[in-house]
Design a protein around this ligand. Structure first.
Ligand code: BDR
Ligand code: CA
Length: 311
């Protein structure tokens, strides 16, 4: 199996992705690390604990970033994921509690314990990855790979005309993480907007996932109301699950290599700017950072079929 640490701000689509990570026989979920983003940090940690308990798997949870690195924290947008992050549905009580170490400490200790084995999958603002890099830059050469749901290359943004939410919520952290020089793939809106999980798909998942399925289905209804209003589609984009789909089924995605810049201020704040490798752009900046891989497209139907198969 592929050992992963899943960094998350659950979040309706995060919850779907956590369910996939828990269910997939070839994924070894070492831990959930939580970040502020869709919800505040305490709610994110609560939801991470709850989701793994509902799946009857006690996965270690380490709490992380409560706010962005530099910019002021803005309140989580309750109309997208609900005030409780899970569509405002009533939730059962949580029994367990988070580890006695921070998300960054957990990442650093796991990666050092299993050099070149662990993949970091991050599907929220990436402050925990930035903190882990600061704590121990040596992990750059010890992680197997880093997969990030975030950004947009040609698709435009979802919180501003140019910025995707995870990048916008902590652009300074994103800038450090995307240019750190580790093997990294960005799975952004160019891929995730090709994938739509329909109400019928969600009925199948709910039926197959027991207690966890009820939470996934209930929160899905709230999230898909947002999509109907915002994008006019019937269903929702399972953004965060796409990061796992890329990890397990890369052949379903079109990718390119190049250099990434994240704008940290002004109107472009949170925008990911991609300079394809080998293009002679004016100015050294565009090729001075280590090259990474970005997703430019996805076979949406096949990706969603994969998700249904796993769940
Ligand atoms: C990303 O933003 C969050 O709201 C979702 O959970 C996903 O990680 C999509 O832009
Ligand atoms: Ca997320």
């Amino acid at each position: 199996p592929t050992p992963i640490i899943f960094d998350t701000d659950p979040g309706v689509d995060d919850a779907q992705a956590i369910a996939i990570a828990l269910a997939h026989p070839d994924i070894e979920l070492l831990g959930l690390t939580t970040t502020y983003g869709n919800v505040d940090i305490e709610t994110a940690t609560h939801n991470a604990l709850l989701l793994s308990e509902l799946a009857q798997q006690e996965i270690p949870v380490a709490q992380g970033a409560a706010a962005p690195l530099v910019k002021p924290k803005h309140p989580a947008p309750a109309h997208i994921h609900g005030a409780n992050g899970l569509g405002n549905i009533e939730l059962p009580a949580v029994r367990g509690k988070a580890l006695d170490m921070s998300a960054a400490e957990f990442i650093v200790s796991q990666v050092n314990a299993r050099p070149n084995e662990i993949t970091l999958v991050a599907v929220g603002p990436v402050g925990n990855l930035a903190a882990a890099l600061q704590l121990d830059p040596g992990i750059i050469d010890k992680v197997k790979q880093v997969v990030i749901m975030g950004g947009s290359i040609r698709e435009g943004g979802n919180v501003t005309p140019v910025a995707e939410a995870n990048m916008f919520n902590d652009p300074h952290a994103a800038s450090r993480v995307l240019t750190a020089g580790w093997p990294l793939t960005l799975v952004g809106l160019d891929a995730t907007h090709r994938c739509v999980l329909s109400p019928a798909d969600m009925d199948k998942i709910a039926g197959a996932q027991g207690k966890l399925g009820q939470v996934l289905a209930g929160s899905y209804r709230f999230y898909s109301d947002f999509y109907r209003g915002a994008l006019g589609i019937d269903g929702c984009c399972p953004h965060d699950s796409c990061a796992l789909a890329w990890l397990m089924k890369p052949e379903l995605f079109t990718t390119a290599r190049g250099h990434l810049t994240v704008a940290t201020e002004g109107y472009a704040e949170g925008q990911t700017i991609f300079a394809p490798e080998g293009r002679p752009f004016l100015g050294e900046h565009w090729s001075s950072t280590p090259a990474v891989e970005v997703c430019l497209n996805a076979n949406g139907e096949a990706v969603v079929s994969w998700m249904l198969e796993v769940l």
